[in-house]
Write a protein that binds this ligand. Structure first.
Ligand code: IFM
Length: 455
């Protein structure tokens, strides 16, 4: 008789992930705040406004995290609050962060601190943002200030969240500020972000030798859409899926592995415009790698879609779509992504995973299925250290505004009223028992229970 409970390792960390601009409120000094004021940029004209009011009272949500038995919380530092003008540090902002981190520690919650999560100070974006290599030194200068102020309260650092999403959304799709559509510039941005990560890695270790430093990569899977009797899948679809993966995943992963890096807009004579250059200084700049996993795309060749590498997304027949066109629920993808990242030979933190689902009709089941895949990965000895659910409380979802609620806890941003969704209870139960129990399987995924534990 198999053990009917799926246990996680005793030191496995259960957590939730957030980001400064999405939760703090009134982050008026960054490029996102300015972008939100422009008509037509954010769904339904929404604004971040007070967000989840964390600048005033993050501690009430820390209590909620504790009540859910979470042992870690991922939050980010807002560069635009810390460095209000070039070189001008606001020590009261650092005091507030110190207070937050101390508050987490007092609750027995280990902070994971992200240093850049999509937002830039206005002074930086007004001078071209990440297009100039000067940004690397600016970023390191800011990171050093943060380390000096906060190193007594955190050792788990995430340098940059999803450089691939920042570059793609802001400079290929144009859905994030500055709304540019220029793949060459996107490659430059990505290159500078990855170099900034490497420099920040070294700066952090200089100031805190025991630091554990990583980067969160959003790994979206790209699979060919149409089957082919002879070759398994349509070769044209396979080619475009490969191209999209090359840009979105492999460019970043290869650079982090020290192999090659996208050249950016000004290729030299020895570096062809669409080729890659050696990634000097990138090797050994990770103590762990972060996986943000949400979904996969089924990609079909379309000769009119030059902007997206001649690939368009299509629906998988029979797949369960997430709310708001966010893609399909594809839990098996998380184990594929874990396997891919395991090539680094480093600890893996699942730094984000979640689903937008206002009425919580899909989240409990999706959560269970993803956690079961992670459990499977652990059985195969993949070094997964933690799981951070995105997210604790509904927050400001960038271009989607408040229309894509990812929270375990529902939030009314007007009144700041919170109401735990059923999945909050489920997640609290998993974290409490450090396991998926047969009772939980029965309650949330009876078909999985039947498959795994028949009878
Ligand atoms: O809300 C975002 C987060 O800021 C970065 N990763 C994906 C999440 C959901 O879209």
């Amino acid at each position: 008789m198999p053990d009917a409970t799926f246990h996680f390792p005793p030191d496995f960390l259960w957590g939730a992930a957030t980001a400064s601009h999405q939760v703090e409120g009134h982050n008026t000094n960054n490029q996102w705040w300015a972008w939100e004021q422009l008509p037509g940029r954010i769904a339904q004209g929404h604004k971040s406004g007070r967000a989840c009011d964390w600048w005033e009272n993050a501690e009430a949500d820390f209590d909620r995290a504790l009540a859910m038995n979470l042992r870690t919380l991922r939050l980010s530092i807002e560069w635009s609050r810390v460095e209000v003008e070039p070189g001008k540090i606001d020590t009261s902002a650092l005091d507030r962060y110190r207070h937050m981190l101390r508050g987490l520690r007092e609750r027995g919650i280990e902070p994971m601190v992200t240093l850049h999560h999509f937002t830039d100070p206005m002074w930086l974006s007004e001078s071209g943002g990440w297009t100039s290599p000067d940004v690397i030194a600016y970023f390191v200068r800011y990171v050093e200030q943060v380390l000096e102020a906060l190193r007594d309260y955190a050792t788990l650092w995430c340098t940059i969240n999803e450089p691939n999403v920042y570059a793609t959304s802001g400079y290929v799709l144009g859905s994030f500020p500055p709304g540019v559509r220029n793949p060459g510039t996107a490659a430059t941005i990505l290159r500078h972000m990855l170099r900034a990560h490497a420099s920040a890695y070294r700066a952090i270790h200089n100031l805190q030798p025991e630091a554990q430093v990583g980067l969160a990569h959003n790994l979206r899977l790209f699979d060919p859409a149409r089957p082919n009797r002879v070759m398994g899948s349509d070769p044209r679809d396979r080619a475009v899926a490969w191209i999209q993966d090359l840009w979105f995943n492999q460019t970043t992963l290869a650079a982090l592995g020290g192999a090659f890096i996208a050249p950016g807009i000004r290729p030299t004579w020895w570096l062809p415009p669409l080729g890659f250059g050696p990634a000097f200084g990138m090797r050994k700049t990770l103590d762990w790698i972060g996986l943000n996993y949400y979904t996969r795309d089924r990609v079909m060749f379309d000769r009119r879609a030059a902007d997206t590498g001649y690939g368009v997304q299509c629906r998988t027949e029979g797949a369960e779509p997430m709310d708001g066109g966010y893609g399909e629920v594809y839990p098996e993808g998380i184990i594929r992504a874990i396997k891919r990242l395991s090539r680094f030979g480093l600890p893996i933190h699942i730094t984000e995973n979640g689903i937008p689902d206002n009425d919580d009709s899909q989240r409990p089941r999706a959560l269970m299925l993803h956690l079961h895949q992670i459990w499977r990965a652990l059985q195969d000895n993949y070094p997964v250290m933690s799981y951070y659910h995105w997210t604790l409380v509904d927050n400001f979802e960038w271009a989607e505004g408040w229309t894509a609620p990812f929270g375990l806890v529902e939030l009314d941003p007007e009144t700041q009223t919170r109401r735990p969704r059923p999945s909050a209870d489920l997640y609290a139960a998993v974290a409490r028992g450090n396991a998926i129990t047969p009772e939980l399987l029965n309650a949330y995924t009876p078909e999985l229970r039947q498959k795994l534990l028949p009878g």
